[in-house]
Design a protein around this ligand. Structure first.
Ligand SMILES: Nc1ncnc2c1ncn2[C@@H]1O[C@H](COP(=O)(O)OP(=O)(O)OP(=O)(O)O)[C@@H](O)[C@H]1O
Ligand SMILES: [Mg+2]
Length: 380
């Protein structure tokens, strides 16, 4: 049956209507895409926010420190959460308005650069040094474990101690052993690294280290080579020297800032007590100084026993070795044992003989003499 013209026409019209609807839909989609892209372009045009640090907060205003060190009093956006000094914030570059708090806690820095551990080193691992061990237990261990004893008597134990003496005599060991016996977090920093690695940030690092110590208390903050921060300075010529001075001042402020019967202790360590600024050793700071000299006869005997214990050695005349090792440090004695083992290996023996030890003493002595000549006479 033939369609009438009328029918054909209405079919065509219907076809166009469908098309129009489709086109309208497409048009709508394109308009949306355009507005999305516009938004994206706007986002790209927006100037980046600057990461700054809060110094002080005064209601809806705050003092911030911008990365170049300058400080400004600026507005805080009303949507911004509560701020505290030390917080990192994002600010507009033009008017420095604080837009929001930065999530990234800068403190994680500190955990990357300091060594934080819970050592397991017992007093038995240390040879000799009975006097030093007793003293460190009395000044660090007892106050941490039994603070009530001090409260009852009404005295304040030192907040910190200074271990001083030649290299390799077991100063680090002593500090670790007391951290271990008090079940404390051991936070180790090296003075020279603190001033070299964190140029312009040393003081801030010190602050963060003590913050970390408070969070992980009980804590022992061990500052190796403390002389790199706390040396007496005659003049503050270069900016580097001023920076070290700032780091030092921050260290003193932090030590002054905690209570002597709290659960943080500071152990400084140095081979150069002679160059230290007396300010660091004042009462209330690293007030007790413990000298760690090279071991005496009895000490050397014990150190040999500790290190040789694990070795496959034929019974050895330690007396002879102890005599030959006069003036050696614990680290030297450990080297003697290692070297003795090497002599055995070279001779193709599984057992270490007495003469291996004797030869090793000679070798370690020679090495020591070529390395740090006269060190012991200078600072021992
Ligand atoms: N009294 C000791 N008893 C047992 N081992 C010791 C003793 N002294 C030193 N040693 C050995 O020497 C190593 C180095 O000792 P340690 O790092 O404690 O010395 P240090 O005094 O801190 O030296 P430095 O001043 O160079 O930092 C120890 O790991 C240990 O093996
Ligand atoms: Mg050490």
């Amino acid at each position: 049956m033939m369609k009438s013209n009328e029918e054909k026409l209405s079919e065509i019209i219907y076809g166009y209507t469908v098309d129009i609807n489709q086109l309208e839909e497409e048009g709508q989609m394109l308009r949306e895409t355009i507005s999305q892209l516009r938004g994206e372009i706007d986002r790209y045009r927006r100037s980046p926010l600057m990461l700054c640090e809060i110094r002080e907060v005064h209601g809806l205003q705050a003092i911030i420190k911008i990365p170049n060190g300058n400080q400004f009093l600026v507005e805080v956006a009303s949507a911004c959460e509560k701020l505290r000094p030390g917080d990192a914030v994002f600010v507009e570059q033009k008017n420095l308005t604080i837009v929001k708090k930065a999530r990234s806690s800068r403190r994680h820095n500190v955990e990357k650069f300091v060594i934080v551990e819970r050592p397991s080193l017992s007093w038995q691992d240390i040879g000799g040094m009975q006097g030093q061990i007793d003293e460190i237990r009395e000044v660090i261990e007892t106050p941490l474990l039994r603070p009530e004893l001090f409260e009852q008597v009404g005295i304040e134990p030192p907040k910190g101690i200074l271990l001083h003496g030649p290299p390799g005599t077991g100063k680090t060991m002593l500090a670790k052993a007391v951290a271990s016996s008090t079940n404390s977090t051991f936070i180790e920093i090296v003075g020279s690294e603190l001033v070299q690695k964190f140029i312009g940030e040393g003081a801030k690092m010190v602050k963060e280290i003590f913050q970390l110590a408070r969070e992980r208390a009980p804590s022992i903050i061990f500052i190796d080579e403390v002389d790199a921060i706390a040396a007496r300075r005659i003049e503050l010529g270069t900016s580097g020297e001023r920076e070290v001075q700032r780091t030092f001042m921050q260290l003193l402020a932090e030590i002054d800032g905690f209570k002597s019967l709290g659960n943080i202790k500071v152990i400084g360590c140095t081979n150069r007590r002679d160059i230290l600024d007396p300010a660091v050793m004042r009462p209330g700071r690293l007030e007790r100084q413990i000298h760690v000299p090279v071991p005496d006869r009895k000490g050397r005997q014990e150190i040999y026993q500790i290190h040789a214990k694990r070795m496959n050695a034929v019974s050895t005349d330690f007396d002879k070795l102890v005599e030959l090792s006069e003036g050696m440090s614990g680290a030297d004695i450990k080297s003697v044992c290692t070297e003795a083992g090497y002599f055995a290996i070279r001779a193709g023996r599984p057992k270490v003989f007495h003469q291996d030890f004797i030869a090793a003493v000679g070798k370690v002595r020679q090495r020591g003499e070529s390395e740090d000549t006269d060190y012991r006479q200078m600072f021992g």
